[in-house]
Design a protein around this ligand. Structure first.
Ligand code: ZN
Length: 117
């Protein structure tokens, strides 16, 4: 688990948390790719029902991948915003994002008010 106790005002701490999280997701992505390859190898010798199971599992894996890819994009842009000195400000209204929100989601780009509207 990622240690979430960091100070959103501390650029170095934010960078560390974002990089850790990115590494975690990348590790999960390569792990699930290996699992999918194993399923494909098995398909020649499994029955129809198992194939349906395998297809459903594959669709779920694709959906998980999509979410992970999105997360990686958010983390990438959070890192860019950090380098640009724009980290922690809402991309929509320009207000400061609540540090508690950033602690929960270090890649958050909009403030609570904008997220709810
Ligand atoms: Zn906002």
């Amino acid at each position: 688990m990622t240690d979430l106790s960091f100070d959103p005002d501390d650029d170095a701490a934010v960078r560390r948390v974002l990089l850790e999280r990115r590494a975690e997701i990348e590790a999960l992505v390569s792990g699930s790719k290996a699992a999918r390859d194993a399923v494909e190898l098995d398909q020649s010798r499994v029955g129809r029902l198992s194939r349906i199971d395998a297809i459903q599992a594959q669709e779920m894996a694709l959906e998980t991948d999509r979410r992970r890819t999105l997360q990686l994009q958010r983390i990438g842009s959070a890192l860019k915003r950090l380098e640009a000195g724009e980290y922690g400000t809402c991309v929509r209204c320009g207000e400061e994002i609540d540090p508690a929100r950033l602690t929960l989601d270090p890649a958050a780009t909009i403030c609570m008010d904008c997220a709810e509207s």
